[in-house]
Design a protein around this ligand. Structure first.
Ligand code: SF4
Length: 359
């Protein structure tokens, strides 16, 4: 069965952030404090993709086109728009001969071919950990496996991975779908997954698949990436001790939305996602002693700092970092950007910025 392409509209970027009153320092019984999860925020793949757009703008001048949101964060997209990036849904919106960056979520071969047919100069900012899943899909399809791709239908990453082998891929959206999905040959089935899912829910889906297909093959290594896993482990530890968890991240960011779900599952009495500090509501803090704070893998640290400042107004000034892992992974820039205009290796050939990274 093939995947169904669903084009999600790019959310409108609010040009003017909502003006919000300062949060009030209402009295509670107990000690107000914040547990700040670490790792949080930018992962290596997001950092690389954002630097790739900045680098392309620097080198080729504005505008540089970007297919889909480069990463799922409205603040990041808005900032890049101000620098001259133009975000489009599909490559047919890009003028022939222009530069186009493919987002961190990856693209199917059909998109690569469409860009080439239009004579576009493509810069592929697909996260290398997504590319790894693409390669697995290609290899298993070549060996004539049916691929059960656990992920959310319509998500760009899932579209891109499924597009590598559309005749071999069936998308499994949830544990419940594991009970009904049909395969032709149960002895030749493998599961792969989107990189930003809940680890626990994915394993539940796999276990339910294996009950029906005992010969189900595993991927050669984890498809859920290190950054998604690390952020979930950290928020689990925080949530156990938090009355309220605030996740900074956009509504279309899969890993941010998962962090809210994981926080609720692991004991937070309430959990909310916000793009900006102004969205934190006074009533969320009623009677709250401990607030957990984290951010998704596409969120710059400045947005977390603003939430901490808002919470400080409300009396939450005691901040304790709960660190469950160290992260130092960096990826090379896309190959199209690794050399400068004189052919020298660019000093920023490795992704990563001097400041502003989160994790
Ligand atoms: S969340 Fe994981 S797969 Fe996605 S860009 Fe970051 S490192 Fe890559």
């Amino acid at each position: 069965m093939t995947s169904t392409a669903v084009h999600l509209p790019i959310p409108r970027i609010p040009r003017v952030r909502a003006a919000a009153g300062r949060l009030q320092d209402n009295p509670i019984v107990g000690h107000k404090r914040i547990l700040l999860a670490a790792p949080r925020g930018y992962c290596a793949g997001v950092d690389r993709a954002v630097v790739a757009v900045e680098k392309a703008l620097e080198r080729y001048g504005a505008p540089v086109y970007v297919r889909k949101q480069i990463v799922h964060n409205i603040h990041v997209v808005s900032e890049l728009e101000e620098k001259g990036a133009i975000f489009v849904e599909e490559v047919d919106e890009v003028p022939a001969g222009a530069h186009v960056v493919f987002s961190a979520h990856g693209v199917s071969p059909a998109v690569v071919n469409a860009a080439s047919d239009r004579g576009l100069h493509a810069i592929d900012a697909t996260c290398p950990l997504v590319t790894k899943v693409h390669r697995e899909a290609v290899r298993f399809a070549r060996d004539d496996f049916e691929i059960l791709l656990i992920g959310h239908e319509g998500h760009e990453e899932v579209e891109g991975t499924a597009g590598e082998a559309p005749e071999h891929v069936t998308i499994v959206n949830s544990p419940a779908e594991a009970d009904t999905v049909q395969v032709k040959d149960p002895s030749k089935v493998v599961w792969l997954s989107q990189t930003t899912l809940s680890v626990d829910e994915t394993m539940e889906t796999v276990n339910r698949l294996r009950l029906r297909f005992p010969e189900l093959h595993n991927p050669p290594s984890d498809d859920i990436c290190y950054a998604t896993q690390n952020r979930q482990v950290a928020i689990k530890k925080v949530a156990t001790n938090a009355d309220l968890v605030i996740v900074v991240g956009s509504s279309n960011s899969s890993n941010s939305v998962r962090l809210v779900e994981v926080a609720l599952e692991y004991g937070a009495k309430a959990a909310y996602r916000v793009d900006y500090a102004e969205e934190v509501k006074q009533e969320w803090l009623d009677g709250v002693e401990t607030v957990g704070v984290t951010s998704g893998a596409s969120v710059p640290e400045v947005l977390v700092r603003e939430v901490l400042e808002a919470l400080s107004d409300a009396g939450y000034r005691d901040v304790e970092e709960v660190k469950t892992a160290e992260e130092d992974l960096m990826f090379s820039l896309p190959k199209e950007l690794r050399q400068d205009s004189t052919g020298q290796r660019d000093a920023r050939a490795l992704g990563g910025r001097a400041s502003g990274g989160g994790a």
